[in-house]
Write a protein that binds this ligand. Sequence first.
Ligand code: C2E
Ligand code: MG
Ligand code: MG
Ligand code: MG
Length: 285
Amino acid sequence: VAKGRGRATFAFFEPAVATTAYDKLMLEGELGHAIIHDEFALLFQPQVRACDGHPVGVEALIRWQHPQRGLLAPNEFIALAEQHRLIVPIGAWVLREAARQARLWHDAGWPLTVAVNLSTLQFQAPDFVASIQSLLAETGLPAGWLELELTERMLMDDVPQVCARLQQLRALGVKLSVDDFGTGYSSLSHLKELPIDTMKIDRSFVQELPHQRESAAIASAIVQLARGLGLSVVAEGVETEAQRAFLVGQGCDHLQGMIISAPLTVPQMQRWLHAQPALVPSPGT
Ligand code: C2E
Ligand code: MG
Ligand code: MG
Ligand code: MG
């Protein structure tokens, strides 16, 4: 189905990168070389404590600096990378780069958690836990400062097996979060059993706060659920003061979104950190 969609009739209307079958084939080939050509980059979006705006972490978000097509967002190539299993080496690159950068920030006195998005194939790879363990050893990043973002779909796939894997990651000291919470199909009884630290309220609910009654009900229910399960909760895609006020009022722990900051390059992040009034650098932590 997806292949047929790439043909001429749709090419006109879809701004997507790969508009024709030929184009898509080209992009696949280029994706395979993008790592060795050093074309991927990470942006980092700050996460702050909701009550006082204190920076607590960043989410690493991948970009592809394509030599001809320009800067590509994940929705333009991650699905393709997943189809061709290229997401495994790309994901390993992301993890390494994110951990390396977090370690540098630590050394500079900015103890920020770094959250990394995972794909199913990556998480299911037999050597995934071992690869995280050696990554931590190599970069010297304390495990508690690495957070892995999983989706509900990944968690509910094969619960006993997923649970075992999460326990192993937990044993390393790594933090685990559920991304885009509320959009998938989590079973609450399974959720109760999984060793999760954080829930991220999906942007689609946050966007409609505070006036859309159903989204407000869902957002506050997620905060309550997280509370009750002893998890922390992050709202993503926070754009307005009214959204922020609502979430703070509900007791949401952390905020991420344009009202705090767009995703930033490393130098931009450095400037953003220095501009935070409440923050005192503490070397050696
Ligand atoms: P996500 O993990 O839910 O990441 C949040 C997305 O929301 C990011 O889009 C971010 O730029 C965007 N965003 C942040 N604040 C706001 C806001 O206030 N308003 C709006 N409208 N958007 C906001 P981005 O960077 O395009 O990433 C899209 C998705 O691609 C991510 O969604 C994640 O699922 C995936 N992704 C990103 N990086 C990676 C990666 O390294 N590996 C994998 N497997 N997936 C990734
Ligand atoms: Mg995410
Ligand atoms: Mg998300
Ligand atoms: Mg999302």
